[in-house]
Design a protein. Structure first.
Length: 197
């Protein structure tokens, strides 16, 4: 792509004349001009709809679609797409980026147009919390620390449990329920959208 490119004519063939006629009757003069222009080809990268379970990131496992690139040029770095925020929501914007084309001209032969998609969906991550069984002896002694396990065993980066489990207040011998109490899960809002999305 560029302007003021030299255009050079050549290979004129005059028909219905012998080689001698051409040599004798014609003097072919080729005149170049320097007003040639090659414009950039537009390549469109379009984000695709994606639905994923909340994982604390904005990454998408779906690849955007790229329109045709002229042979023998090739994609040297494939494009990717990201959600407009990490948290649970429907109608989230998916934005493509990152395409690099190997065209022998540093990618300057192409204009890359990125097209967003508003059909992104992030669904809730199901977490199961299970209280650990505890015992204590009578007469009244201090309650053991109430602990728990959860699945999946790893939370998305930046997310954490706060608060604590509790049990019913009875001191009678027998089983007592351990309940949720103030235990809650706080998601990391640092990665959330900063727009009206």
């Amino acid at each position: 792509a560029g302007t003021y490119k030299t255009l050079t004519p050549s290979d004129l063939i005059i028909k219905n004349a012998s080689v001698v006629d051409v040599a004798v009757n014609y003097a072919i003069n080729y005149v170049p001009v320097t007003t040639g222009a090659i414009t950039k080809k537009t390549v469109t990268v379009t984000a695709q709809a994606d639905t994923k379970v909340y994982d604390g990131t904005v990454s998408s496992a779906v690849a955007p679609v790229v329109t045709r690139i002229i042979d023998p040029d090739a994609v040297s770095t494939a494009p990717f797409q990201t959600f407009g925020g990490a948290h649970v929501k429907t109608g989230k914007t998916l934005t493509p980026s990152g395409l690099i084309i190997n065209d022998g001209n540093g990618g300057k032969n192409y204009t890359i147009s990125y097209v967003t998609n508003t059909k992104g969906v992030v669904t809730p991550l199901a977490i199961t919390v299970t209280a650990d069984a505890k015992t204590k002896e009578c007469p009244v002694t201090q309650d053991p620390a109430l602990t728990y396990t959860f699945t999946p065993a790893t939370l998305p980066a930046g997310d954490a449990f706060t608060g604590a489990l509790t049990r019913d207040v009875s001191e009678e011998i027998g089983p007592h329920a351990i309940t949720q109490g103030s235990l809650a899960l706080n998601a990391d809002f640092r990665s959330e959208e900063h727009t009206s999305e």
